[in-house]
Design a protein around this ligand. Structure first.
Ligand SMILES: Cc1cc2nc3c(=O)[nH]c(=O)nc-3n(C[C@H](O)[C@H](O)[C@H](O)COP(=O)(O)OP(=O)(O)OC[C@H]3O[C@@H](n4cnc5c(N)ncnc54)[C@H](O)[C@@H]3O)c2cc1C
Length: 497
């Protein structure tokens, strides 16, 4: 593995017992874990190729406790890694040997539901699905729906700006979070955003959503809730080529239709999913599109016909329209089971996440197939076609020496390709440690320095989640370097880090 993490500070590691004792003075004794055997479950997140037991785990229950923990760590130069449910696929919650792992799992309460204002206020450890479950009886739901929604936490969703099948129409986490309470590394408690769409002041919520635990610890989140659409129907469309499926996606969006979900699977993924759930996916097609339309019944029926016509014009060889809820759910069953299904094709797979302009889909898939040949590793594609978010699953066997490194090199080539065609390094899984060293492929040194200035504004000592996102973290004082002319700095009244 090529990844290099910041060198652990041996002095901090030597103070483990003292640090654990201080933490026990802030939270209850059973909320601090420092026994090596009990630290093991925390050594990794969803990017399991990387592991590192944390220095100590603390599981606070109140914002005041988090504030006290961070203030003490800040004063004592101890690093902190926030963790929600640990499902990140980019290593965002990977522990450090010299850092406190701050688990948010006990922040698991829904605090307020306001149906008139269509918002819910929740603690960050509440799972994504639990938000929908909390409002379902009144016919509402929370729209962003990562496949991991049964387990992942809202705090993690905020940190990663998570997405899901329905984000094409309803927006990502950033479009569905209105406000948050965050605790800064020095222990200060700050409220950003609010309960309505356009709160006063700078859009700090826009900065914090997607900040991957680098700016502050989220301790409360205000989300939008939506009334469930009257009806949802789906089409299952088979195409003879990936190009024709890609063109159908482009033509549908160009026609002004924004489906509730628009997912594509390639031949390898279709076969794996069908073998796994047996829902009648066609096996003689090169690509399968699942397109869901929702809204009022008349509109939905009309749009279904429009999408069907576009699909036929693009040479669709099979087309089914769901006639009832069980059939619609069956269409989705294969897609939802696609990851575990692909898991049966090889001992290991590596899930990539990059985004490209939709019109470049056929070309990118073709070049990925060529890379697959060159590396000698299979790749199955299951992805959010509507928003160009690819999830190539690279098949490998970690027991064969060198295959993990090969899979990583293949993955990195795919992400470079995404950037080359005008896309971005990540769609929804974040940068974490996984894509950290590829950031210069996408951003210039100046771009990265400006992003780091934001980090420095929130956490000038760089104690929160270090080693993630930035390929090289300059000390904030170095970033603030400037030309001094005859002893005069520009804007001398401005504070410098
Ligand atoms: C099977 C599977 C399917 C997935 N499908 C999707 C998908 O469809 N769409 C998608 O977007 N993602 C998906 N993911 C990735 C993952 O579930 C999301 O990134 C999720 O938002 C992570 O939430 P978590 O609670 O597990 O966060 P963690 O993994 O614990 O942490 C993720 C990051 O958030 C930070 N963090 C966590 N909580 C807080 C907090 N309260 N304050 C500040 N920072 C915090 C951590 O430091 C870390 O950087 C999938 C993962 C798996 C394993």
């Amino acid at each position: 593995m090529s990844l290099v993490m910041p060198k652990p500070d041996e002095g901090t590691i030597a103070r483990r017992a003292e640090i654990a004792a201080v933490l026990r003075s802030i939270v209850s004794a059973d909320s601090v874990i420092d026994d090596p055997a009990r630290l093991r479950p925390y050594e990794s997140d969803g990017l399991t190729a990387y592991r590192q037991p944390p220095l100590v785990v603390v599981l606070p229950e109140t914002t005041a406790q988090i504030s006290a923990i961070l203030a003490w760590c800040h004063a004592n130069a101890v690093k902190v890694v926030p963790r929600g449910s640990g499902t990140s696929l980019s290593g965002g919650a990977l522990p450090l040997a010299d850092a406190v792992l701050l688990g948010l799992s006990r922040f698991n309460r829904v605090l307020d539901i306001d149906y008139a204002d269509r918002i819910a206020v929740v603690q960050p450890g509440v799972t994504n699905l639990a938000v929908t479950q909390a409002v379902a009886e009144r016919g509402f739901y929370y729209a962003p729906d990562p496949s991991s929604q049964i387990a992942c936490s809202i705090g993690g969703n905020v940190a990663e700006n998570s997405g899901g099948v329905h984000c094409l129409k309803y927006g990502l986490t950033t479009n569905n979070v209105l406000g948050a309470e965050i605790v800064l590394m020095d222990g200060e408690i700050v409220r950003i955003g609010g309960r309505q769409l356009d709160p006063a002041g700078l859009d700090l919520i826009g900065i914090v959503v997607g900040s991957e635990g680098l700016l502050g610890v989220v301790t409360e989140v205000t989300v939008r809730i939506l009334p469930k659409p009257e009806i949802a129907r789906a089409l299952l469309i088979g195409f003879p080529t990936v190009e024709s499926a890609g063109q159908c996606v482009a033509d549908t969006i160009a026609a002004g239709i924004i489906p509730a979900g628009m997912e594509m699977m390639d031949a390898l993924a279709i076969k794996a999913a069908e073998d796994f759930v047996r829902v009648g996916y066609p096996l003689d097609v090169a690509a399968l599109l699942i397109v869901e339309l929702d809204g009022v019944a008349a509109e939905c029926d009309h749009l279904i016909e429009e999408v069907a016509a576009i699909a036929r014009a693009n040479g669709a060889v099979s087309l089914r329209i769901s006639q009832d809820e069980p059939e619609r759910m069956a269409f989705w069953a294969g897609r939802k089971a696609a990851f575990p299904a692909v898991g049966r094709l090889a001992p290991d797979y590596y899930c990539m996440d990059g985004t490209i302009p939709r019109r470049r889909l056929p070309e990118v898939l073709e070049r990925m197939a060529a890379l697959s040949q060159a590396y000698g590793l299979g790749v199955a594609n299951v992805f959010h076609a509507g928003d160009g978010n690819l999830h190539p699953l690279i098949l490998y066997d970690a027991n064969i020496p060198g295959q993990l490194e090969k899979a990583e090199a293949f993955g990195s080539d795919i992400l470079r390709l995404c950037v080359e065609v005008g896309g971005v390094l990540t769609g929804e899984h974040g940068v974490g440690v996984e894509k950290r060293d590829l950031m210069p492929v996408m951003f210039s040194e100046t771009d990265l320095a400006h992003q780091q200035r934001v980090k420095c504004a929130f956490d000038p000592e760089l104690l929160l989640n270090p080693g993630k996102v930035f390929p090289q973290l300059h000390r904030c004082a170095e970033l603030g370097r400037m030309h001094v002319h005859r002893g005069q700095v520009p804007f001398p009244d401005l504070p410098r880090f």
